[in-house]
Ligand binder design. Structure first.
Ligand code: DMJ
Length: 722
């Protein structure tokens, strides 16, 4: 139950697609081997050894051995040891810096030297602890390096391999996958040159009129979300975020967004209204998933609403609203037990497939968008708060357990349904949850203000505690790795039988050791016995979820440790993911290896999300206050707004006690796909109640067996073994 009061302010308005085929448009650039090193650009402190890496393609099988590139000399322990030893011997020999003099100096000096060493970071002493403005600038430099490398070697292409300098289109003419996803980060960082270049490309080159299938969800959150966020920042804050004077219309973004959304709507043309996994942009025809019995991912079908609703608000076109909202009704009519939804849903009949419950891939953003829909419309749609509350209680009851021996809080999975075994595994994707729980509990208010609300009580304290503990767990994923970067999936040792959240009274839940993240000379991470990173799960895709949660936790609690953890994480990214010749950053093959090997890919969410959240974490809290905006699941910022007369909630939840409980994986009754809109009004125009979306129909073969598969390189969502 959230405690915050409704926000009286109106916002200022005026999870790699499994059936995407490469457009076979590959572009290879022979990059110069002698450009400036990343470290030169980012820290100006270290050099670069400028050796060329071998080409590596992201679409090779995961087991492909990856780039064998050597890391710069300063990253090689043996080389460093030789250099340091030579230096020490010479300095002793010449009496300039005799090691003996170091050890024989006074106690105070020794301690000062040790302390200084402990504080020395990847950036040397160039970024003093606590200088958050300087740290934000370092993030901006990392963004510039990444984007400028892309501009130089892959401009206009949808995928970029920063080591080999190869690039590829996802559709023949390109979708602006990287450019559009990065727009609002450029704006927040005031990068006018990069923004001007991007706007020109969008104006001259970007067309969605292409005969190609695209993933409905990914295209919505990245492209539609990116365009809408750029529109929001440029129109609601004129002259503030990277103002450009290029003679192009202010409507550039929203015109493209509307054209794209109209094409995506074809995916919703199903019997239930649940969208199909893919859609052909030109024919606007929806296409079912080629795997999973044709079912859509639940998270994908239910993480389109913020985008469509904001577009509806901007344009006054209620069909965007209706189509997206109807999906929520259909999903909820399944009456999933304790609000926990299986990760697949059939688009024709609107019923779940299987009983696999998790908040990682294919499940994650369903939960995220419940509370964010409630916040987007200024807490005027209580149905989404009710769904979130039910869900959070369900998570506590069925999914929260504890690691052994150190009692980290684990957000586990139930792969065979709620009555079957618990699987103590967390996708990195689940790490959006600490921040989202804090956001839901406070509404985005700073904690001190939220606690002053009349309806704050022990329940809210407990929910914040859960957010803090899960934050510790996610940060622990980074601390448990030898290079300070988390793997894609982390497993945990748990107790037998598992300790469950509900077994402990309020205020007495198990907690991770207070000193688990102690840093400094000789400090050991407490938790090595609790965390298990398996070799097959040890890749790092530059994912944003943990930094996203650190950002929310900092904004809400004001506890500076979250900023410090974020800085430590940023340093690890810079240290290990920097491409040798200084033209970008790459995802990694294996965080268990020191040094790791490169995966040779720059995900678009590195620019759209990961670097944006780092930047916002180190920037003043007045930039995009949490009480004014909601971030979509790709970190694109939308305003909160009032329903006013224009829109209202067009559905109600079925009373839980009147309808026989629907079992997961079974068909609900025939009224499930009928939505009665009672209160849709265009301004000045009264609409009579209307029936939207069709009745259940169709017969997709009922194959409920979960295929074990690999994971898509971009989304982390499962793809079948083929
Ligand atoms: C992003 O595309 C989004 O955050 C999505 O919700 C999950 N996958 C990636 C980032 O990990």
């Amino acid at each position: 139950m959230s405690a915050y009061a409704p926000n009286p302010q109106n916002g200022p308005i005026q999870r790699h697609p499994d059936n995407w085929h490469s457009a076979q448009a590959r572009h290879t650039t022979e990059g110069p081997a002698h450009s400036n090193g990343i470290s030169d650009k980012v820290s100006g402190f270290f050099g670069s050894d400028r050796r060329e890496g071998l080409p590596m393609y992201k679409d090779k099988p995961f087991s492909y051995p990856g780039s064998r590139k050597k890391h710069p000399w300063y990253k090689q322990r043996r080389t460093v040891a030789v250099v340091l030893t030579s230096f020490a011997v010479m300095s002793w020999w010449f009496g300039i810096l005799s090691p003996l003099s170091y050890f024989t100096s006074g106690d105070g000096e020794v301690q000062a030297a040790v302390k200084e060493k402990a504080q020395t970071s990847w950036f040397g002493n160039k970024v003093p602890a606590g200088d958050w403005e300087a740290r934000a600038q370092k993030v901006k430099e990392a963004f510039k390096t990444s984007f400028n490398g892309y501009e130089k070697y892959a401009w206009g292409y949808d995928e970029f391999n920063p080591v080999s300098k190869n690039s590829r289109q996802m559709v023949p003419g390109g979708m602006g996958w990287i450019i559009v996803d990065a727009l609002d980060t450029m704006m927040l960082m005031n990068l006018t040159d990069e923004l001007t270049h991007s706007r020109q490309w969008i104006h001259q080159n970007l067309t969605y009129d292409q005969d190609h299938d695209v993933n409905t969800f990914e295209t919505t959150i990245r492209m539609l979300g990116g365009l809408l966020s750029a529109h929001y920042l440029s129109t609601a804050f004129p002259g503030v975020y990277a103002p450009v004077d290029d003679g192009l219309t202010d409507d550039l973004y929203v015109e493209k967004a509307t054209d794209l959304a109209d094409r995506l709507l074809g995916a919703y043309e199903t019997s239930s209204g649940v969208p199909l996994a893919s859609v052909n942009l030109q024919s606007m025809k929806g296409i079912p998933s080629h795997a999973d019995g044709g079912a859509s991912s639940t998270a994908e079908a239910t993480s389109l609403q913020l985008e469509m609703k904001y577009l509806a608000k901007l344009t006054g076109e209620d069909h965007y609203w209706d189509k997206a909202e109807n999906v929520m009704k259909v999903v909820d009519d399944n009456q999933a037990r304790d609000g926990l939804v299986p990760i697949f849903i059939y688009a024709d009949r609107g019923t779940f497939r299987g009983e696999n419950i998790r908040l990682g891939s294919r499940g994650d953003s369903y939960y995220e968008y419940l509370i964010k829909q409630y916040l987007q419309t200024s807490q005027q749609e209580p149905v989404y708060q009710a769904m979130w509350n039910e869900t959070l209680e369900g998570i506590k009851k069925h999914l929260i357990t504890y690691s052994s021996p150190s009692n980290f809080t684990v957000l586990a999975e139930r792969p065979s349904g709620l009555d079957h075994h618990i699987s103590p595994k967390m996708d990195h994707l689940t790490c959006f949850m600490p921040g989202t729980i804090a956001l839901a509990t406070t509404g985005g208010l700073p904690l001190v203000q939220a606690k002053a609300q009349p309806n704050w009580g022990p329940q809210q304290d407990e929910d914040m505690r859960l957010a803090e503990e899960l934050m510790n767990t996610c940060w622990g994923m980074y601390k448990a790795s030898p290079i300070g970067l988390a793997g894609e999936i982390t497993h945990f040792n748990i107790y037998d039988p598992p300790l469950m959240y509900g077994s402990f009274p309020q205020g007495e839940k198990p907690a991770s050791p207070a000193s688990f993240d102690t840093s400094g000379p000789g400090a050991e991470f407490v938790g090595h016995d609790d965390y298990i990173i398996k070799a097959g799960d040890s890749h790092n895709l530059q994912r944003p979820e943990t930094i996203e949660s650190l950002f929310y936790m900092w904004r809400i609690t004001g506890d500076e440790k979250y900023r410090n953890w974020g800085w430590e994480m940023f340093e690890s990214f810079i240290k290990w993911t920097a491409v040798e010749d200084g033209t970008g950053y790459s995802s990694l093959q294996n965080v268990l290896r020191d040094p790791p090997t490169m995966k040779d890919n720059m995900e678009s969410f590195w620019l759209a999300e990961t670097l944006k959240y780092f930047y916002l974490l180190f920037s003043p809290n007045t930039i995009l206050p949490l009480t004014d905006v909601v971030f979509n699941t790709e970190a694109h910022a939308f305003p909160r707004f009032q329903l006013n007369k224009l829109f209202s909630t067009g559905w109600e939840r079925k009373p839980r006690d009147l309808v026989p409980e629907a079992k997961q994986g079974q068909e609900p009754d025939v009224t499930v796909n009928t939505i009665v809109r009672t209160e849709v009004h265009m301004e000045g125009e009264e609409k009579t109640p209307e029936r939207v979306a069709g009745a259940a129909a169709g017969a997709t073969p009922d194959v409920l067996v979960e295929a074990e598969g690999g994971r898509d390189a971009v989304t982390g969502k499962e793809v079948p073994v083929t």
